[in-house]
Design a protein around this ligand. Sequence first.
Ligand SMILES: [Zn+2]
Ligand SMILES: [Zn+2]
Length: 278
Amino acid sequence: MFADLHLHSHFSDGTYAPEEIVAHGARFGLAALALTDHDSVEGCARMAVACEAAGIEFIPGAELTAEQAGNELHLLGYFLDTHNTKLFAELTKFQTVRQNRIREMVAQLNKLNVPLSADAVFALANCRSPGRPHVARALVNAGLCRSLDEAFERFLKKNRPAWVPKLKMSALDAIELIHQAGGLAVMAHPGLNRMDEIIPELVDAGLDGIECFHTKHSPATAARYLALAAKFQLLVTGGSDCHGLSKGKPLIGTVKLDYAYVEKLKVARRKAAEPLNR
Ligand SMILES: [Zn+2]
Ligand SMILES: [Zn+2]
């Protein structure tokens, strides 16, 4: 039995509806799926219904954008109580930050005589967590760039003319936010961030796990993080980070996490729910 614990829907910058993700998960025979949209739990209710109908176990989650020591990192929250008031308030705040950032990026583009409107981006994104991929798609749709890669290379990548820094919560605050919403906090794709030196600090702050298996982790990278997870007694997770089609194929199904790791997550979640343990 296998799981995919890192999936994005159109409630953030993915292109699939939750139902489509579940249909793909069923096609690949996955036993458990987690939805981890950026700074949003909006798609979880629909994904739960679709998983139930397909006989697939569902784990409600989110991927929070955070920073530590001036570097961006992503924290996955699993088993989140999607009705938690503080989580809702914080996500709403960061969704507003994202929307304002879109307006700033569009203003930069307009200064460069690129005639894109923020409304065009919002209409395309059609979600509360718009991001750079939506701006890139809007640029392509309007015929202003030939490809998403070109949009990022010319305008949207860090330090390119339309790039705008994003206000982020600290990684320690993100871990606390996940915990108070009943969730487990997992460092996403550490191989992409190369910030291993901060792992001990995150562990002290209550980090529960590391995403060892990821589309962009080589077997050697996965092995390195499995060793670190063992050293710090952290849980192990993995997922495809599927955002829809990638080069004509969905990534879901390409990273298969052994279900034994999901069992361990569930044990940790039950322990965390016991009042004396946290
Ligand atoms: Zn990420
Ligand atoms: Zn992701």
